[in-house]
Design a binder for this molecule. Sequence first.
Ligand SMILES: CC(C)(COP(=O)(O)OP(=O)(O)OC[C@H]1O[C@@H](n2cnc3c(N)ncnc32)[C@H](O)[C@@H]1OP(=O)(O)O)[C@@H](O)C(=O)NCCC(=O)NCCS
Length: 138
Amino acid sequence: MHSIRPASEGDLDEIWRIQAASGQAAQWKPADYLLHECVVAIVNGRLAGFAVARCTAPGEIEILNVAVDLPLRRQGIGRSLIQELIGKNPGTVFLEVRQSNVAARKLYYSLGFEAAGVRPDYYSGPVESAIVMKFHSC
Ligand SMILES: CC(C)(COP(=O)(O)OP(=O)(O)OC[C@H]1O[C@@H](n2cnc3c(N)ncnc32)[C@H](O)[C@@H]1OP(=O)(O)O)[C@@H](O)C(=O)NCCC(=O)NCCS
C-alpha cells in the first residue's frame, strides 16, 4: 500500500537519490521542484517515488518529471502519482517523454494520454526525439 502527499524540504535527499538512479528521468535540481507542484509516494514510511508539474497557463500543466524507486516499480505507484497531479489540476496536461522510454509511454497511454507530436533530437546524452503527450480531463 502507498499514500501520496505534497513534497517538503525533508524529502529532497530521497527525491535526489531516486532521480539519480533513474537514468530516463530528467536530472534537475530537486530543490527547484518545491517551486512547482511536487508530490511524493510513501510506502512503509519511506519515500518511494515523486512527480512534479508546473502550471504553464490557466487550466494547463506540464509534467516535468516522475520516477519511482527501482525495487518498488510496477506496483501502481507511478500511476497514482500522475493521477494525483491530474486530479488536482483539471484541464490539459502536457509532457515529453523519450521515444525509447517504453515503460513511461505505456504508463501515460494507460492513463489516457495521447501522442500530440514529436520533437526531433530533443534530448541529449544520448540524442533522441521526444514524444509530446497530451491529456485532457474535462
Ligand atoms: C515510468 C515509471 C515512473 C513507472 O512507474 P511504476 O510505478 O513502475 O508504474 P506503475 O506500476 O504505476 O505502472 C502503470 C502502468 O504503466 C505501464 N508500465 C509501467 N512500467 C512498465 C514497464 N516496465 N513495461 C511496460 N509497461 C509498463 C503498465 O501499463 C502499467 O500497468 P500494469 O502494471 O497494470 O500493466 C518508472 O518506470 C520509472 O521511475 N522510470 C524511470 C524514470 C522515468 O522514465 N520517468 C519518466 C520520464 S518522462
